[in-house]
Ligand binder design. Structure first.
Ligand SMILES: NC(=O)C1=CN([C@@H]2O[C@H](COP(=O)(O)OP(=O)(O)OC[C@H]3O[C@@H](n4cnc5c(N)ncnc54)[C@H](O)[C@@H]3O)[C@@H](O)[C@H]2O)C=CC1
Ligand SMILES: O=C(CO)COP(=O)(O)O
Length: 339
């Protein structure tokens, strides 16, 4: 039986740990705080990230990387993207021999502009197998056992199907894909559009505006995503459209909440203090700005989210600029990017 270590006992790591432990798999969470470890091991709850959700008796947690990783053959990475390099550096002695790595991370590294799988591969080598999990999946709903459909992407080999089967559970339906880069890009970029959608609602711009923004946001994701090497169809799938709709309309989304509060007039500093968990889009938007310039792709919504977050632009000015842009054919830029 596989032994699975989950690095990061936050919302997503704990929810995935619950699914796998319910399946009877041998799974352990590597946490950073003793109170979380104690609570998971003795009270069978993670009150800091998933309060009120009873965890299976078999789900264990530890602070000790040796205990979590020495006998594991699959590592699931569920930490914020900007901490991956630091964690890899600290954990390299323990993870460098493990063959299977699954990323649950939805972000891009701000220093290197690399995706989590690119970083893992660079640090751990080509002799390992790398997979990514994407799709519309609020940790809280998964932890409550509510029906969820996700996608796992990896190399075009039988092992991707094995990971799919390993993760699938009665309320957790897993599709497979062979476009890991596309899934990673879709998962990271949707967070930026979720911030935009929150801003739109915070300003009270209405449902027409939000639907238009989500659709044009998807076009921006496709424009940059295909330039970076993702397959177009991936952006219409669970990791793209699916997660985009969820996080742009679901109040449980931390990225949406960041936008909502910004739209209501709070400063970024105030907003980040209120939202104690990671909202990946805040950092991802700076990478998106860099990549859009490098690849000469015009991404007006992402550009305005960058201005609001990093240049203290007033959200209303951004909306006005977006509405005043020159008139276009609906798909002309997508076609142009592909030509
Ligand atoms: N929460 C959700 O609904 C989902 C989250 N994700 C993704 O999973 C990743 C992790 O997110 P969450 O579990 O939601 O975050 P979270 O904020 O709930 O937990 C983050 C975890 O990472 C750990 N961590 C390890 N090293 C860290 C460091 N140097 N600095 C800060 N924290 C560190 C924290 O201790 C904590 O256990 C993100 O990329 C997120 O986009 C993906 C799907 C669903
Ligand atoms: O990615 C997610 C659900 O699929 C979680 O979104 P947030 O990080 O915005 O909460």
């Amino acid at each position: 039986m596989p032994k699975i270590a989950i690095i990061g006992a936050g919302s997503w790591g704990t929810a995935l740990g619950k699914v796998l432990a319910e399946k009877g798999l041998d799974v352990i969470l590597l946490a950073r705080r003793k109170e979380i470890v104690d609570s998971i091991n003795s009270l069978k709850e993670n009150p800091f990230y998933l309060p009120g959700i009873p965890l299976p008796g078999a789900l264990k947690a530890t602070l000790d990387p040796e205990e979590a990783l020495s006998k594991s053959n699959l590592v699931i990475w569920t930490i914020p993207s900007h901490t991956l390099r630091e964690n890899l550096y600290n954990l390299e002695p323990y993870v460098s021999k493990i063959r299977f790595h699954l990323s649950g991370i939805k972000g891009i590294d701000i220093e290197t502009t690399k995706s989590p799988l690119q970083l893992l591969r660079e640090h751990l080598g080509e002799d390992k197998l790398y997979f990514v999990l994407g799709g519309p999946s609020f940790a809280l709903e998964v932890a409550k056992g509510l029906p969820t459909a996700v996608v796992v992407a990896g190399p075009e080999r039988k092992e991707t199907q094995k990971i799919q089967e390993l993760l699938a559970w009665k309320y957790f339906r897993v599709y497979r894909s062979y476009d890991p880069l596309g899934v990673e890009i879709a998962s990271a970029l949707k967070n930026v559009i979720a911030i935009a959608s929150g801003i739109c609602d915070g300003l009270g711009l209405g449902l027409n505006a939000r639907a238009g923004l989500i659709t044009r946001g998807l076009i921006e994701i496709i424009k940059l995503g295909t330039k970076l090497g993702g397959k177009k169809e991936t952006f219409y799938g669970l990791a793209g459209l699916g997660d985009l709709v969820l996080t742009c309309t679901g109040a449980l989304s931390r990225n949406y909440q960041v936008g909502l509060k910004l739209g209501e007039g709070k400063s970024l500093e105030e907003v980040l203090k209120e939202i104690k968990q990671v909202a990946e889009g805040v950092k991802t938007v700076s990478v998106v700005k860099e990549l859009s310039e490098k690849f000469e792709v015009s991404l007006p919504i992402c550009e305005e989210i960058y201005n609001i977050i990093y240049k203290e632009e007033k959200p209303r000015n951004s909306i006005e600029r977006l509405l005043a842009r020159s008139l276009k054919e609906e798909f002309e830029e997508v076609e142009n990017e592909r030509a």
